[in-house]
Write a protein that binds this ligand. Sequence first.
Ligand code: PLP
Length: 357
Amino acid sequence: MLRTATAIIDLEALSSNYRLVQTMSPNSKILAVLKANGYGHGLARIANALPAADAFGVARIDEALALRAAGIVKPIVLLEGFFAETDIDILAVNNLQTIVHNTQQLDAIINANLEKPLKVWLKIDTGMHRLGINPEQLAHFYRALSASKNVQQPIVLMSHLGCADEKGNLATSKQIALFNKLTDDLSIEKSLANSAGVLAWPESHYQWVRPGLLLYGVSPLPTGVAVDGILPVMTLQSSLIAIREINAGEAVGYGGAWVSDKKTTIGVVAIGYGDGYPRHASNGTPILINGRRVPLIGRVSMDMITVDLGNDKTDDVGDIATLWGKELPVEEIAEFATTIPYELLCNITRRVHIQLA
Ligand SMILES: *Cc1c(COP(=O)(O)O)cnc(C)c1O
């Protein structure tokens, strides 16, 4: 049986990365971020494999409810808050925590009629200018939430870093300084660090760190900045389904976009953008076959890609091709596809088989 597109998920690697985060931020609790189907690794699968996590973070209420339906009882935080007023009852019934970042959410919580108070994380914009209340609004929001019978006390204060992947970037120092200035006299729990904050900004750790990418064994830092000890959780593989000889001057694939300058042997691998392999991966993107890197050639199709196996090949139909994973960092593939590893992981489609390592 040939292996079709398969994501091999190594849960031991996940545990090991989790322990590494613990050693990097020894005084912080860990909110493990599982949004977008656990960055493509499977939502409940990842949650169940992180028994030590102090809380889970998701972006949509549906993701939180899927975790509850899977029997996950740990605290779950909605990282963008709730979107509709009617969601509040769902939060209360399912014991979900929410971020508050705007006036609509504040009013909805204060005016709700809840049997049990909600746990709230108040998000302040410290310079990224995406979500969060303005610093001038903090006193008002803090007072209103602290006085509400619908809010479990104390709340948590948080913000998000926009440039933490660039070591030494002044924007991050400014964000941390502003967060400190705004929250110094409030001795309640605080949270600022994503994966890059965990790695590169120890002063951003506070009581809660919020790693996502790092747990999956992928570095948020620019390629070339080594992160010792992290282990990729996903290895994406498929197999060679055809091997063909072509002559110099012959074109391969849609649009005849790649033309061989020599007689060579090409291999066809059963994976394409229908599986989540990036269509924009450029010619030369490495693919691992029988222990050597061979270049992608021609356009990525929906179900197939083509590689140049070279002339001294000993490969056979059925041999395994690795697209990324342990011996081929997804960070590197992301560069060839002019994107980031986050997108490649999230884009894995339902057609891809999941196999535990
Ligand atoms: C996604 C997200 C994170 C995790 O980011 P990584 O870069 O994957 O570590 C942390 N905090 C918030 C608010 C997020 O939305």
